[in-house]
Design a protein around this ligand. Structure first.
Ligand SMILES: [Zn+2]
Length: 166
């Protein structure tokens, strides 16, 4: 008991206020989700902020249009998966149906967002979140690389539902 106490006092976690707002993401949970491997990898990249959105491409000296495919804002991970009006509407429909609150940011999503849910519920929600994020990414890529028209909200949701079959 006493040794645990000492460990807590001297632990870097104990002295870091950042820990409370951004607890470390445990990748083990991600690997246990019943989703295809490529979507697990995608979630890992999303959490690490290394998905090749236009802002990340610009940092790698790839010149080009920085605009989001749906609105006039610049495309960034936070924008594409959280803040874009299209994304907000998609999340709004899903969270209205599930009575969940929307995550404020990618950090919040992977951090404290579901801490009040039990383990089983968290896994179920994460499968749904993975499917929707993956669908948003695929629809965005279709518009950019396959020159399809901007996808509607229902197309994104249907595409996400397709992945939920796994
Ligand atoms: Zn947008």
């Amino acid at each position: 008991m006493e040794s645990n106490h000492i460990w807590v006092i001297f632990s870097p976690i104990f002295i870091s206020p950042y820990y409370y707002t951004h607890p470390p993401f445990h990748h083990k949970k991600l690997w246990k989700l019943k989703i295809p491997l490529k979507i697990k990898n995608f979630l890992l990249f999303l959490q690490k902020g290394v998905i090749l959105t236009k802002d990340n491409l610009a940092r790698r000296n790839c010149k080009g249009n920085q605009k989001c495919i749906c609105c006039n804002m610049n495309e960034a991970i936070q924008h594409l998966f959280i803040d874009c009006p299209l994304t907000k509407t998609i999340w709004g429909i899903i969270f209205f149906a599930t009575n969940l609150t929307q995550p404020r940011s990618i950090n919040h999503m992977f951090g404290t967002w579901l801490r009040n849910q039990n383990k089983r519920m968290r896994s179920l929600i994460w499968v749904g979140v993975a499917a929707i994020c993956w669908a948003i990414w695929l629809c965005r890529n279709d518009v950019i690389f396959n020159e399809l028209k901007t996808n509607s909200i229902m197309q994104v949701i249907c595409r996400g539902a397709f992945w939920l079959r796994f």
